[in-house]
Design a protein around this ligand. Structure first.
Ligand code: 5AD
Length: 346
C-alpha cells in the first residue's frame, strides 16, 4: 500500500514502481483507495461534469494490417464502406441537434481520404460549426498533413500508441509498421498544437506487466491531453480469435492510476469497456474517467465498423440515446454536459 500512497503524493511512477504497484494490486482496498483519489482529482479539475463526444466512424477501409483489429486490410470478410463528405456533414448536423459540441472523425487509414480531401472536409465542418471542437482519429500521416489539418481547423488528434514496448509492438503489428513512427507522430501532433490522445488496449496478446509499466512511463513523458484505454476484445477473423479478452477490473485500476499520474487528462470510459461489461462505462466514471463518446455514425454502417466482436452500437452508447445516457450518468452522481470540454491545463 505504501507504493500507492507514494503515487498519490507525487503523481509519478518509475517503471520499477509501476511494477511494484501491480504486484500489490490484489491488496485489500488498493483499487478503491486509488479510485477515491482519482475521483477527487477529477472533481477538483472538472467538477462532476462528464463530457460527450460524437463519434463518426467515417471509413472502415484500412491499409494497415494490425493483427488484433477487425478492420485490418487482411480481413476479406468485412464489408467495406466509406461515408461521403455530405454524409459526414449530416452526422454533424444530427449531432449538433442532439447537443454535441465535439465531433470525432475516426476511421481506418483509408487512401481514398487523401490529405487534400481531409483538408476540405475539415474546413467544411469548421465553417459550419465554428463553435465545435473537431477531433481527428485517422492514423499516421506526414507532419505536413498534420500541419495542414491543424491549419484547416482540427483541434485534437487521437492516436493510441497501442503499446510502448518494442517486443510487444512486434507481436501486435506486421513488419511494415513501427513503434518509433507511431511515437514520432504523437510528438509531432503535440508540437503542432493539437490536444493529443494516446492510449492502449488492456490485456492484448503478449502484454506483460512490464509492457504496462512501459505504457505508464511513456504517458508520463508524452503528457497527452487525452488517454484512451479499453480492454482488448478478440475478433473472430483475426489470429487472436481464441485469445482471452482483457480484464475490466484491470482497466478500471489503470484508469485510476492514469488519472493520478495526469490529473487533468481527459479520460474516456470507452466503448470496449462498455462492451465487456454492461455497466462498464459507469464503472469507468467511478474509477476516474470523465468522457463518453457515443456513436454518431449512420445506423446502416454501425455494424461494419467492426473493430472487435460484439462491439456495442445501438444501445445507450448510441447518440440517439443521449437522454437515457444522461439519466444513467446522473444516477451515478455526474452531470452529462454539452460543452466542448477542452483540456483544463495548458
Ligand atoms: N479490442 C479492443 N480494442 C481494439 N482496437 C482495435 N482492435 C481492438 C480489439 N480487438 C482499438 C485500438 C485502436 C482503436 C480505434 O480501437 O486500440 O486504436
Amino acid at each position: 500500500m505504501e507504493i500507492a500512497e507514494k503515487l498519490i503524493r507525487t503523481h509519478t511512477l518509475t517503471k520499477e514502481e509501476a511494477l511494484e504497484l501491480f504486484a500489490q494490486m490484489g491488496e485489500r482496498d488498493m483499487a478503491a483507495r486509488l479510485a477515491q483519489e482519482a475521483v477527487k482529482l477529477r472533481q477538483s479539475h472538472y467538477g462532476n461534469k462528464v463530457f460527450i463526444r460524437g463519434l463518426i466512424e467515417f471509413t472502415n477501409y484500412c491499409k494497415n494490417n494490425c493483427y488484433y483489429c477487425g478492420i485490418r486490410r487482411g480481413n476479406g470478410k468485412v464489408k467495406r464502406y466509406r461515408l461521403t463528405e455530405d454524409e459526414i456533414l449530416e452526422c454533424c448536423d444530427s449531432g449538433y441537434e442532439l447537443g454535441f459540441r465535439t465531433f470525432v472523425l475516426q476511421g481506418g487509414e483509408d487512401p481514398f481520404y487523401t490529405d487534400n480531401r481531409m483538408t476540405t472536409l475539415i474546413k467544411r465542418i469548421k465553417e459550419k460549426y465554428p463553435d465545435c471542437a473537431l477531433t481527428l482519429s485517422a492514423g499516421e500521416k506526414s507532419r505536413e498533413a498534420y500541419e495542414r489539418f491543424r491549419k484547416a481547423g482540427a483541434d485534437r488528434y487521437l492516436l493510441r500508441h497501442e503499446t510502448a514496448d518494442e517486443k510487444h509492438y512486434r507481436i501486435l503489428h506486421p513488419e511494415e509498421m513501427s513503434l518509433a513512427a507511431r511515437k514520432q507522430c504523437l510528438y509531432e501532433l503535440k508540437e503542432l498544437g493539437y490536444q493529443v490522445g494516446a492510449g492502449f488496449m488492456v490485456g492484448s496478446p503478449g502484454q506483460t506487466w512490464e509492457c504496462l509499466a512501459e505504457d505508464l512511463v511513456f504517458l508520463q513523458n508524452l503528457k497527452p491531453q487525452m488517454v484512451g484505454i479499453g480492454p482488448f476484445v478478440p475478433h473472430h477473423e483475426t489470429r487472436f480469435a481464441g485469445e482471452p479478452a482483457g480484464s475490466v477490473e484491470l482497466t478500471l485500476f489503470l484508469l485510476s492510476v492514469i488519472r493520478i499520474l495526469l490529473p487533468k487528462v481527459l479520460l474516456p470510459a470507452t466503448t470496449a469497456l462498455g462492451t465487456m461489461d454492461s455497466d462498464g462505462r459507469e464503472k469507468g466514471l467511478a474509477a476516474g474517467a470523465n468522457v463518453i463518446m457515443p456513436n454518431l455514425s449512420p445506423m446502416k454502417n454501425r455494424k461494419q465498423y467492426d473493430l472487435y466482436d460484439n462491439k456495442i452500437s445501438t444501445g445507450e452508447e448510441a447518440a440517439e440515446c443521449v437522454d437515457s445516457l444522461k439519466s444513467r450518468v446522473e444516477s451515478v452522481g455526474y452531470r452529462l454536459v454539452c460543452e466542448r470540454g477542452d483540456f483544463a491545463g495548458e
